[in-house]
Design a protein around this ligand. Structure first.
Ligand SMILES: [Zn+2]
Length: 207
């Protein structure tokens, strides 16, 4: 699957005129050679080239109209802890089928908070539903596969998502070898609990 972010262009992809703040534009989402692609188009080019038949683009999936906003300055580097948004982006970039369900839950969470917006959904050849989302502020577009979660699995997936939010996507399991000083002082490490090798194997007794 083509799980990639496609950021919004800052100019029309056809006439290359830069977008201005708060101007309307159109997006066509289509299947490119290898992945999902988008084309952002100014109203002039839209009227001229697409309006009559938006679906004639090769590999056409969907289209919509948006309003361009000048992107905000990037957040300060200091903020490193993952939130639902950064976590979802990382997981989409990793493109690991193991995260399909977690991605879906995060997308639902973010949609509820209106951080992202569902633009369309497409039924794939295999019958699965692909949801197309757009970030409401920066216009990033990405797809999420609907894992058709069963209610009975929901709690488990939600627990996994909470765990990811708390500990990050790839927690460093390899800690640096403990430096024991030559004189054998052990004051710091006495009570460190043994690392649980696989949290998932623990049976869920807690609520
Ligand atoms: Zn144009």
């Amino acid at each position: 699957m083509d799980w990639h972010f496609r950021s919004r262009s800052q100019q029309c992809n056809e006439c290359e005129t830069a977008f201005e703040d708060e101007q309307p534009y159109h997006t066509i989402l289509f299947r490119g050679m290898e992945s999902l692609e988008r084309r952002d188009i100014c109203p002039g080019c839209w009227d001229k080239n697409h309006k009559a038949e938006p679906g004639k683009t090769d590999g056409y999936i969907s289209h919509w109209q948006g309003v361009y906003e000048v992107p905000p300055p990037p957040p300060p580097e200091a903020i490193q802890k993952d939130n639902a948004e950064t976590l979802l982006k990382k997981m989409i970039e990793q493109n690991d089928p193991e995260h399909t369900e977690a991605c879906f839950i995060l997308a639902v969470m973010l949609e509820r908070k209106r951080v992202i917006k569902n633009k369309d959904q497409v039924r794939q050849e295999d019958g699965k539903r692909m949801l197309i989302y757009e970030h409401t502020k920066n216009g990033d577009v990405f797809t999420i596969l609907d894992p058709a979660l069963k209610l009975t699995n929901l709690g488990q997936v939600q627990a996994k998502v909470s765990n990811l939010l708390e500990h990050g996507l790839n927690p460093q399991t390899e800690t640096l070898p403990e430096e024991e000083s030559a004189d054998g002082s052990t004051e710091d490490k006495a009570d460190a609990p043994a690392q649980e090798p696989e949290a998932a194997t623990a049976t869920a007794n807690e609520h």
